[in-house]
Ligand binder design. Structure first.
Ligand code: SF4
Length: 489
């Protein structure tokens, strides 16, 4: 998965994409501005659109637009100035193809019988298509293709009175992964699904409670971390304080292990562990499992850097920057014509010849998805004079798609689904190729290994062991991020 949080519109993009980041703050005079900053820290979780809804004591104000947080709420826009009020929720979104319409930008807002509600959701519902078809049959009119709107319809139609009961009633009908924040005129609510697939933390600034996908969103505003919202927990924040509910049947915890490998920011602490530390330990395990006779260890930046540091320290080999990343690649960059398309990888990564020439190189990346970028990078390092390229991957082979809020290629498109390790090595044209074992990955997480009967994490994209039912299955192929309009058309 070369390149941290690449943009899908780039021709060499070959990565899993986190779908969303959420943020909420209750009772702070600068709620809107703090939410802008919180979303800025969560930008890696979604780069297609950003949205904030505030409540100013009399009305809800919504600003939701396509673009990066800086584009939408930066100094060249007046959107941030409109966000009055001391309550706010925000969202950054990464949408799948065809799903990036403005109507899908979150937080979603609806005026219900009991008052307004704004919901920002990170995750993916695995029965959204089925629920949506039922709702449409009953007369619901959908404005978007987002499964978050399905939750809003279920809340609207609930027979319960108080909004908390209505939300619980709605969430009891959904399957899948969700960490969501909801804002009403009197409450900020945070919920994690019973398996706890996606992260959600509780923080505090100047007495104002905060909910955020990751701790890096607390750090940027000087807030302090209080605790993780637990799997299956609903926290309800009002002027009177914070109440915790456990409204769902308990399930085994299955936090997404890929959050540690790639999605979360390295400076975030996730479920008690620092992401950077975990990535370094993965590199150390990888060095023990898959050594190579080489001169230097180099990362594919930025995502391969912590694992490469760990590999270098465990192997005793020097860590070098043999590839330099250009951080200023954006969607406006001119698309290459076919004749020069093979240069496209260099838009983002360039080899440092002085470091590579004549060297036997261990090249570290976090994962291989389709393999197209990996192949180009190996070729680039070799062309820059490396004598040998030994490719080491800081995750097990990615053999299955994700259905829990991450945009992935279909299972059939994944290189590791189609090929064994030796076939992949030949495809990528490396001198050797090795992945960390799934037990090694769990050891890096502080476990003895993977417990096959009760794995501690969701690791379905490596194991195929999907912890949450995949109700919406089409044509024999489980459809990743659901194209809901197609179903009801
Ligand atoms: Fe995370 Fe993979 Fe599970 Fe998706 S399938 S939640 S990416 S571990």
């Amino acid at each position: 998965m070369t390149g941290l949080h690449d943009r899908k519109d780039l021709p060499f993009d070959d990565a899993f994409h986190e779908e969303c980041g959420v943020f909420g703050i209750f009772g702070h005079p600068d709620a809107g501005a703090l939410t802008v900053l919180g979303l800025h820290a969560l930008q890696h979780r979604g780069q297609e659109a950003a949205g904030i809804v505030t409540y100013d004591g009399t009305q809800f104000i919504a600003e939701r637009h396509p673009g990066l947080v800086g584009d939408v709420f930066g100094k060249n826009s007046d959107h941030a100035q409109k966000l009055k009020g001391s309550y706010a929720v925000g969202h950054v979104r990464y949408s799948t193809a065809g799903g990036s319409a403005v109507r899908n930008v979150q937080p979603m807002f609806a005026d219900l019988a009991g008052g307004g509600i704004a919901i920002a959701h990170n995750g993916n519902l695995t029965n959204a298509r089925t629920l949506r078809a039922d709702l449409v049959r009953e007369g619901a009119i959908f404005q978007s293709t987002s499964d978050t709107e399905t939750i809003i319809h279920l809340v609207a139609r609930s027979n319960y009175g108080p909004v908390v009961d209505r939300l619980i009633d709605a969430l009891k009908q959904v399957e899948g992964a969700y960490s969501l924040v909801a804002l009403t005129s009197k409450k900020l609510i945070g919920v994690r699904d019973p398996f706890g697939v996606r992260p959600l933390v509780l923080g505090e600034l100047d007495g104002a409670p905060i909910l955020a996908s990751e701790t890096c969103a607390l750090d940027i505003i000087g807030a302090h971390f209080v605790r993780d919202v637990e799997p299956g927990e609903m926290v309800v924040i009002t002027r009177e304080g914070i109440q915790s509910y456990r409204p769902f049947a308990p399930q085994p915890e299955r936090f997404c292990i890929f959050e540690y490998i790639y999605f979360s920011r390295p400076d975030s602490n996730v479920e008690g562990r620092n992401v950077y530390d975990v990535r370094k330990r993965i590199g150390e395990e990888l060095a023990r499992e898959a050594p190579a006779d080489a001169h230097i260890v180099i990362p594919v930046p930025d995502s391969g850097v912590p694992a490469a540091l760990g590999y270098a320290s465990a192997s005793g080999l020097p860590f070098e920057l043999g590839i330099i990343r250009n951080h200023y690649v954006g969607r406006t960059f001119i698309e290459p014509t076919d004749g020069i398309r093979h240069f496209s990888v260099r838009k983002k990564h360039n080899p440092n010849r002085a470091t590579l020439t004549g060297k036997r190189v261990i090249l570290i990346d976090d994962s291989i998805v389709r393999g197209t970028t990996s192949r180009r990078i190996v070729e680039m390092v070799r062309d820059a004079g490396a004598a040998e390229v030994h490719f080491r991957i800081a995750s097990p082979p990615t053999t299955h798609s994700c259905f829990y809020g991450v945009d992935t290629p279909t299972t059939e498109e994944l290189l590791a689904h189609r090929m064994d390790v030796e076939e992949m090595r030949r495809y990528i044209k490396a001198d050797s190729l090795a992945f960390i074992s799934i037990d090694g990955l769990y050891r890096a997480m502080g476990e003895k290994g993977r417990d096959a009967k009760a794995p501690r994490y969701c690791d379905a994209c490596f194991s195929g062991a999907y912890p949450i039912e995949l109700t919406d299955v089409t044509g024999g192929r489980k459809d990743g991020q659901l194209s809901l309009l197609a179903e009801v058309a």
